[in-house]
Design a protein around this ligand. Sequence first.
Ligand SMILES: [Mg+2]
Length: 224
Amino acid sequence: MDTTFEQVRELALRSVTDVRYPIVKTYTLDALWVLYDRVLRVDPNRPDDPDRDRFLLSKGHGPSAFYAVLAAKGFFPAAWLDGIATLESRLGSHPDATLIPGVEMSAGSLGHGLPLAVGTAHGLRATGRTGSRVFVLVGDAELDEGSNHEAIAYAGALGLANLDVIVADNDSASHGWPGGIASRFEVNGWSAATVDATDHEALYRSFTTAHPDRPHVTVAAYRP
Ligand SMILES: [Mg+2]
């Protein structure tokens, strides 16, 4: 039976993480669901396939939606969601790539995911695996970290067409300004789209938009 969005939302709400920031339990769920349900080429039976697409969750402090999507897609049993962040659980309040099937990077310290995604995309291109795409999800406030800006400039200069960034924008950045996220990428040679974070068709169009000579960013704006 195919999982529906409502069912995966129930899975996300079932977990007990994200207690400091309750909103992050679900506000990335739409983008993650569209990505895993319709875009990413990943297979829970072959999690190490060298030709798979990669997804990196950089904002690891909000893993409930990610865990729910991985469970819905068969990377681990949904029962794991009931014990999150207990001593017995593999699912921590931040994801650990050494413990959880389908997790590409351990996350926690902000500002690392985008640079790692740039290196991964560059490595795939250098080794001829041009069919694999790399997606990374970062938070809007996370862009305050300077490491992102080196990565954005470098990826633009390289023209990394196999790289897609998703910025979960809930208007939480200390150093942000209206329209500022997309413009930071565009000035470095990226293509960019800003969409409603709950509009699945708009997310899908942006995730599948052609960008043959440059990386692409989707700013998923969430304004409750
Ligand atoms: Mg934010």
